[in-house]
Ligand binder design. Structure first.
Ligand SMILES: [Zn+2]
Length: 337
């Protein structure tokens, strides 16, 4: 027990009474000649004035009374003991809780942004962009494809014309603002049997895909899927999402140069693949609705997908198509239940 000498003020009058404060067990009790002026009060409940040089300190009690003492060192010792007593554990625990909470909130926020925020923003932005932006993108993409991957079609001209006539009703029913058109190209061994939609509405069928088809309905199914990509503006959304994701990575990591490092690149790639799959499902849903409207069995689309997946001896030919699409088995499930 520590005893401090000083004066007591009851808070109601300005009267100063010489008294002593007894510190014991983290509590302070004020008394004079054995008469209790303040009952034992936990230090936590007492407001202690800061130390300024050697001016007297005040201990203010919840009752309104206060005790004045010049014994600064004893007060400091008591305060230090209280800090220790209240414990490192307590302070660490309360701080740890805040840190963990902050961590959880941050992770949830970043995850939510990646999961919903980025795609939603990209969708709004892509739809707000005027169509001619897409057209600019297209010219560049098509000439790059023609230089590097594709060759002029070797399909019979009559066959090309016939297919275009078969496709016409499906192109005509879409808003002309999308400027849909179909081109045929020989993919050689680059991308094999494949179809792709460029952002401005150009749909490319490779000769190899046309040759793989056993019925026009199969190609119509693929066309409907590709139109789904155009109408959904997936090309532009993909581009915007990839940029936003890269930007987000810079914000999180705080360093542009590390974005290309493998640690960052892999999650980025996986997230982009996730986005791509959502686009594929969207395009498949669009295809299903189109086929139903024209009384065409979705099983035809399923059939050509299955043939694409079954052509296993040369993986290079179709793996590109499959890797950006959900697993064939999964698609078959909703295309031909
Ligand atoms: Zn697709």
């Amino acid at each position: 027990m520590t005893t401090l000498a000083g004066n007591y003020f009851d808070g109601a009058s300005s009267r100063r009474r010489p008294a002593e404060a007894q510190l014991a067990g983290g509590a302070v009790r004020v008394q004079v000649d054995g008469r209790e002026l303040e009952p034992p009060t936990p230090l936590e409940l007492i407001e202690v004035s800061s130390r300024i040089g050697n001016t007297p300190r005040f201990l203010r009690f919840p009752s309104g009374g206060s005790f004045e003492t010049a014994d600064n060192d004893a007060v400091d010792r008591a305060l230090a003991a209280r800090r220790l007593g209240r414990g490192l554990a307590h302070r660490l625990e309360s701080r740890l809780r805040v840190v963990l909470l902050g961590l959880v909130v941050t992770i949830a926020f970043v995850w939510g942004t990646i999961q919903w925020g980025v795609p939603a923003l990209a969708k709004v932005a892509a739809e707000a962009l005027p169509p001619h932006v897409n057209q600019h993108m297209d010219g560049a993409v098509l000439s790059a494809l023609d230089r590097q991957l594709l060759h002029p079609s070797t399909l019979d001209e009559d066959e090309q014309a016939r297919l275009l006539t078969v496709f016409a009703p499906f192109l005509d029913e879409v808003d002309p603002a999308y400027r849909l058109r179909v081109l045929f190209r020989d993919a050689g061994h680059s991308i094999g049997p494949n179809a792709l939609a460029l952002p401005s509405g150009t749909v490319i069928f490779t000769d190899q895909l046309v040759e793989l088809a056993e019925r026009d309905e199969e190609l119509i199914g693929v066309l409907a899927h590709e139109i789904g990509h155009v109408v959904g503006r997936h090309g532009m959304r993909q581009t915007l999402q990839a940029s936003a994701l890269g930007l987000l990575a810079v914000l999180v990591v705080g360093d542009v140069s590390s974005v290309s490092s493998a640690v960052i690149a892999l999650p980025l790639l996986l997230t982009e693949l996730g986005y791509t799959r959502n686009f594929e499902r969207e395009a498949d849903r669009y295809a299903l609705a189109t086929l139903a409207r024209h009384d065409i069995d979705a099983a035809h689309l399923a059939a050509i997908l299955q043939r694409l997946g079954g052509e296993g001896e040369e993986p290079g030919e179709w793996s590109g198509y499959l890797s950006t699409h959900p697993p064939t088995a999964e698609r078959l499930q909703y295309l031909a239940p």
